[in-house]
Design a protein around this ligand. Structure first.
Ligand code: GLA
Length: 386
């Protein structure tokens, strides 16, 4: 009955929050599911359709059960789950460790087992579990253990997505709690500064991600262009350009983050589709060994600030994914000495490099490779030993 591979690879899907926040309804969720299939996203690997906060009534019913808002979801959650499943997709929902969710709806505190059973009845496959309104006398660690136990015993496979924003040294205890992914950062905004600061905050956390418990750097803002009904996330901020979205997607892919689309995919333009469905990047993200990416500073190291770096991810088949990231505001030459990834000149070996954005071979190099990378841009190569 239980799926042995639940959470093996970084989960991929779509989440309602970044663009729609409170303004969600059944029709929107169905259309998102339709687009995931018709637009080719499902074939590229996206499978979870997740409703974030603001889906329930403000009060539980007389039996203490959560109630889906009948205006937003007139046919109820079971019917929506059935619809999503009929498309070959999986259904995600949201709750919170505290007495209330972040937007003030009922949370699961002291209702964990009852809520897990209700989610299972509805046919839910994924639970995002937030950190607001947590009673102060009890540790977050214990509350995530509670819901994990409840989910693992509710009679249905439900992927557990913890969301405590990197608080309380979550790295040190989350894997043991049973969560399949965990938010390590505060909320993303649709801005270059936000992408950059979330990234820099996680560069030294490469050993805290991997199979069955992935470091979640938050939903993607690719393709939002400032289009959110939340001023905090985007509408006052203005969004990013396509180069910045490309770099954002590359970072999340290389760093092993779950890939949860946060834009209105019903309206995605071609550059957005090309970014979100880059198969070469997705293959790196979904590599089955699930290793974190280590950082190397380009030579000469004294010359480059922390926002210019290479990330290296060792892949299952012996290839190595290498990302040259220039998050600075000026063009940079980024010299990688192959010595630094374990390949000495004396080995007699070279690297054959394939460009994962241009989707073509670059050539064969021995000892070093030094591309010039424009500001805010990146180059992602898949390197094969020859
Ligand atoms: C928190 C989470 C967000 C989102 C909102 C919903 O801020 O970090 O991702 O779920 O709550 O209220």
């Amino acid at each position: 009955m239980y799926e042995q591979q639940l959470g093996l690879k970084p989960p991929m899907g779509w989440n309602s929050w970044n663009t729609f926040t409170w303004d969600i309804n059944e029709q929107l969720i169905r259309e998102a599911a339709d687009t995931i299939v018709a637009g080719g996203y499902k074939d590229a690997g996206y499978e979870y359709i997740v409703i974030d906060d603001c889906w329930s009534l403000k009060d539980r019913d007389d039996d203490g059960k959560l109630v889906a808002d009948p205006i937003k979801f007139p046919n109820g959650m079971k019917a929506l789950a059935d619809y999503i499943h009929s498309k070959g997709l999986k259904f995600g929902m949201y709750s919170c460790v505290g007495t209330h969710t972040c937007a003030g709806y009922p949370g699961s505190f002291e209702h964990e087992f009852q809520d897990a059973e209700l989610l299972a009845e509805w046919g839910v496959d994924f639970l995002k579990y937030d950190y607001c309104f947590k009673p102060r006398h009890i540790s977050g660690e214990l509350l995530y253990k509670r819901m994990s136990l409840a989910l693992k015993n509710c009679g249905r496979d439900i992927l557990f997505s913890a969301c405590n924003w990197g608080e309380d040294n979550v790295y040190q205890w989350i894997r043991e709690s049973g969560a399949h992914m965990y938010r390590s950062t505060g909320d993303i905004q649709d801005s270059w500064d936000s992408i950059k600061s979330l990234t820099l905050s996680q560069l030294d956390k490469a050993s805290f991600t991997g199979s069955y418990c992935h470091n979640d750097m938050d939903m993607l803002v690719v393709g939002m262009y400032g289009g959110s009904n939340s001023d905090f996330i985007g509408s006052q901020i203005g969004g990013c350009n396509d180069v910045e979205y490309k770099t954002h997607f590359s970072l999340w892919s290389m760093m092993g983050s779950p890939l949860m689309i946060g834009s209105d995919i019903r309206k995605a333009n071609q550059p957005t589709r090309d970014i979100l469905m880059n198969r070469d990047l997705i293959a790196i993200n979904q590599d089955v060994e699930g290793r974190g990416a280590y950082r190397i500073k380009p030579e000469p190291q004294w010359f480059h600030a922390d926002d210019v770096f290479m990330l290296v991810k060792v892949l299952t088949d012996g290839d190595v994914a290498i990302g040259f990231f220039n998050l600075s505001d000026g063009q940079r030459e980024m010299s990688l000495q192959f010595w630094d990834i374990g390949l000495p000149y004396a080995s007699g070996k070279s690297l054959s490099l394939y460009d994962c954005w241009e989707h073509k071979e670059i050539g064969v190099f021995r000892e070093r490779y030094a591309p010039v990378v424009p500001a805010h841009d990146c180059l992602i190569v898949r390197a094969k030993l020859v």
